[in-house]
Ligand binder design. Structure first.
Ligand SMILES: CC(C)(COP(=O)(O)OP(=O)(O)OC[C@H]1O[C@@H](n2cnc3c(N)ncnc32)[C@H](O)[C@@H]1OP(=O)(O)O)[C@@H](O)C(=O)NCCC(=O)NCCS
Length: 291
């Protein structure tokens, strides 16, 4: 797959991809609204925008269009989705711009997860008057933008994916206060991540995993498990960033309270949560039984 700059000959393919992908991703908006936009996209929007296309075997399969740092459109032909074109397009835009913003329909949870995975965070939300739909505005900024040259960049927080399993298990095994069991097998973690897409996070720097947390919910309440930061990287704000992002992710899923389980003898762990305003539930006792 090749990412290249838009050429005028791509115009018709782009409008078709935009239309086909829009009516599926935004099926809560009447098709006619998108149909009516086709000419505007082709003749007014595209000439103004900076666009890159993903091309496979000489055929355009997706594109990203930017108005300055705003992502006006990122669409992949529906039959070509899931092959990494969207990721390559967003990464190209991230390399070029260093800072990006986007508006995503609140009902488009796949796109919200995609942007979350690529480091975008919610800034605010607004009502789109033409459609009556809520749009969530998100922003991404290159890590370390504000860091003076010579200083090292902070760790990046990104979604934990199953490919991180070996590194993350090694971190947990070497961290005091983390209780691992057969529940943490690769297969179970794969299932956990599939049931809770893009909610768990790692802190990564120069290809090394410095921290991790599992985050999930059962549609009522959220749960964090196995928060850990590598011992030589503690007290640098990494644990707090992992927790803050997890709570943001849960909030975006409509979950308004999160629970954690901490071993009572893990005094430092308990102190961390207390310092960060988590309240011990003295009214509850955890009870368990094998199925
Ligand atoms: C708990 C842990 C994840 C914290 O990560 P960290 O990156 O060192 O923490 P941060 O730098 O983000 O700290 C955020 C805040 O908590 C405070 N804090 C961190 N560790 C603390 C501790 N042990 N006791 C009290 N406060 C603590 C920091 O001072 C900071 O406070 P501030 O915002 O007022 O400055 C890390 O110490 C760890 O991996 N511990 C072992 C595993 C563990 O116990 N995990 C919890 C299992 S439930």
């Amino acid at each position: 797959m090749k990412i290249r700059k838009f050429e005028p000959k791509d115009r018709d393919s782009i409008v078709e991809i935009w239309y086909k992908a829009s009516i599926i991703a935004h099926d809560f908006i009447p098709k006619e609204i998108w149909e009516a936009e086709k000419t505007t996209i082709r003749d007014q929007y595209l000439p103004l925008a900076e666009t890159w296309v993903a091309e496979e075997e000489g055929k355009v399969i997706g594109f990203i269009s930017l108005l300055d740092q705003y992502i006006g459109g990122l669409f992949v032909e529906p039959s070509q989705q899931g092959k990494g074109a969207g990721t390559q397009l967003i990464q190209r835009a991230q390399e070029e711009k260093g800072h990006l913003t986007v508006g995503v329909y609140s009902k488009n949870s796949a796109a919200r997860g995609f942007y979350r995975k690529h480091g975008f965070r919610k800034t605010n939300e607004e009502l789109q008057t033409e459609t009556g739909e809520i749009v969530i505005n998100k922003a991404w900024k290159q890590a370390g933008d504000s860091v003076k040259s010579g200083e090292s960049k902070p760790a990046a927080i990104r979604a934990l994916v199953i490919e991180d399993y070996d590194a993350v298990i090694e971190l947990w095994q070497s961290t005091e206060g983390i209780g691992l069991s057969e529940a943490d097998s690769r297969e179970n973690i794969r299932r956990f991540l599939a049931r809770n897409p893009y909610l768990s996070s790692v802190a990564e720097k120069d290809g090394e995993i410095l921290g991790a947390v599992l985050c999930g919910h059962d549609s009522r309440r959220g749960y964090l498990h196995h928060l850990a930061v590598r011992s030589d990287r503690r007290l640098q704000g990494i644990g707090k960033r992992l927790v803050d992002i997890s709570l943001e992710n849960l909030k975006a899923e409509g979950i308004d309270k999160c629970h954690i389980f901490v071993f009572r003898e893990n005094e430092k762990g308990v102190a961390f949560w207390a310092q960060n305003e988590w309240k011990a539930r003295l009214d509850l006792t955890i009870m368990s039984k094998r199925t």
